[in-house]
Write a protein that binds this ligand. Structure first.
Ligand code: NAD
Length: 488
């Protein structure tokens, strides 16, 4: 339990930019409001950075790079480990803040804090494992030396949906690898990143290594930073639309990029699946984070022979979700992040129903304050509908029926995305056969959750490139350098 009252916790969150080890106001003196999506009220005002601030942050990261890159891996590891301990000790404060600014139920925020903190611990353990090799060349004469070094200053841009985990999934491997960075958190949920920065400083991150710029002018701030040759890496998590734009900007400097973009996960229930387990999995895959997750099941594909049973049980469970502010006990579904998101979700449902889909549960925008939308199930949808092709990013489950595995694979692969796919079957051979044909960077077999700090998270196709977490995660922040040595 946290000792802080709500007011004291909010008052303890820094609201400035963090540049070169100091909290400062935006150069233009501007601020913007951070809003509680459950009530529409202003939580705090934070600094609104301009391009000038972004460049000051990059300069600080550049100046700190040499010394941080030479800091012993054990020292970097111990800072990360201390950060893990501090975040864990303050888990309740982080969870409350996440619920206030992002909206999810407190229990889910607590789970996110545990998941997010784990990246700090995981990468504290990876830092000392960075290694190279010395070998004799195949000619038997020459010698090859291969070593790793930090890629250099990074720009990290994060989305609003997992305010702590999306930040630690980038910050932790960057710190472990010896990179300095500029973090640009989402303008809708910057508070968690600001508190996290305070905790990382307390853990010992030196001045200039981590710089944070909050802004409502993301493109204006990031553009000049990306165009500057001092920047060596861009790691972005967000929409495919913005990711595409950033990849083309990064091309000018041939900047290394990692892109964690949108998803449109198929959730396949085979005729031999344990239907009750599949319903449990689908509820988690669909409703975790209120459906506002890149790994959310976007399309539920069910074999005709089990479709009726699955749909009835699943719809009953969906109807049981309790909509309300995430901080209220009993709430199992918080608000969407803003009115724009709610309108998008409502339109996808309305259009699907107008085009012949059947509303089984939910589908009506509630009246009153906050950006709420109920758990919704739509059947009879077809592959050409926007509700199937687009990322829904809300608590809406479209259900489609298939007749054989080939059709399931064809439907599953029929969007531009390829982040994750879920398969429920009792036949392991079949599961493996299916997963080999599904176009996705991650596959879940008889589970609705794949995210794990020890595993490589990332997608294929328009879901992006690069991996976060696992042994792969630190590689994104390392260069491989080869030194040829004449025969001794
Ligand atoms: P978004 O693309 O609108 O914004 C993401 C971040 O980019 C924010 O910090 C935003 O301020 C910034 N941004 C927006 N326009 C920019 C521009 N022109 N130049 C530079 N920065 C810009 O996405 P969002 O709405 O915050 O997040 C939801 C999206 O993120 C969904 O598509 C979701 O699938 C995706 N996402 C992906 C993963 C993953 O790991 N693959 C994880 C979480 C979210």
């Amino acid at each position: 339990m946290s000792a802080l009252t709500d007011e004291a916790l909010l008052a303890s969150v820094p609201t400035g930019l963090f540049i070169a080890g100091s909290w400062v106001e935006a150069a233009g003196g501007r601020t913007f409001d951070v809003v509680d999506p459950a009530r529409g009220s202003v939580l705090l005002k934070v600094a609104d950075a301009s391009a000038e601030d972004g460049m000051a942050a990059l300069a600080a990261a550049h100046d700190a790079q040499e010394s941080w890159g030479r800091t012993g891996a054990r020292v970097r590891a111990e800072i990360l480990r201390r950060a893990f301990t501090l975040v864990t000790e303050r888990a309740e404060d982080f969870a409350r803040l996440i619920t206030w600014e992002m909206g999810k139920p407190l229990a889910e925020s607590r789970a996110e804090v545990a998941y997010g903190a784990e990246f700090l611990r995981w990468f504290s353990e990876e830092a000392p494992r960075i290694s190279g090799r010395y070998m004799t060349a195949p000619d038997g004469v020459n010698r090859l030396l291969v070593r790793k070094r930090p890629v250099g200053p990074c720009l990290l841009i994060t989305p609003w949906n997992f305010p702590i985990a999306m930040a630690t999934r980038k910050i932790a491997p960057a710190l472990a690898a010896g990179c300095t960075m500029v973090l640009k958190p989402a303008e809708l949920t910057p508070l968690t990143s600001l508190l996290l920065t305070q905790v990382l400083v307390e853990a010992g991150v030196p001045a200039g290594v981590l710089n944070v710029v909050t802004t409502t002018s993301a493109a204006e701030v990031s553009g000049p930073v990306i165009a500057d040759p001092r920047l060596r890496k861009l790691s972005f998590t967000g929409s495919t639309q913005v990711g595409r734009r950033l990849i083309s900007q990064a091309a000018d400097q041939v900047l290394r990029v990692s892109m964690e973009l949108g998803g449109n996960a198929p959730f396949i229930v085979c005729d031999d699946a344990d239907v009750d387990a599949a319903v449990d999995g689908a509820i988690v895959a669909k409703m975790r984070n209120g459906g506002e997750a890149c790994v959310a099941a976007n399309r539920i594909l069910v074999h005709r022979s089990v479709a009726e049973k699955f749909t009835a049980t699943f719809a009953e469970r969906m109807a049981g979700f309790v909509v309300g502010p995430g901080s209220e006990p009993g709430t199992t579904l918080g608000p969407l992040i803003d009115e724009r998101s709610r309108q998008k979700v409502a339109t996808l449902v309305d259009e699907a129903v107008a085009a012949g889909g059947t509303l089984v549960v939910g589908g009506a925008v509630p009246v009153g304050e906050g950006y709420f939308y109920p758990a919704t199930v739509v059947t009879g949808v077809t592959a050409d509908m926007a509700i199937v092709q687009d990322e829904i990013f809300g608590p809406v489950a479209p259900i489609m029926v298939f007749d054989d595995d080939a059709e399931a694979v064809r439907l599953a692969n029929s969007t531009q995305y390829g982040l994750v796919a879920f398969v429920y079957t009792r036949d392991l051979d079949r599961a493996l056969r299916l997963t080999e044909r599904l176009e996705a960077g991650m596959l879940g077999i008889n589970t609705g959750v794949v995210s794990n700090p020890a595993a490589p998270f990332g997608g294929v196709k328009a879901s992006g490139m690069g991996r976060e977490g696992g042994a792969e995660g630190i590689e994104e922040y390392l260069e491989t350098v080869y030194i040829g040595i004449r025969d001794p």
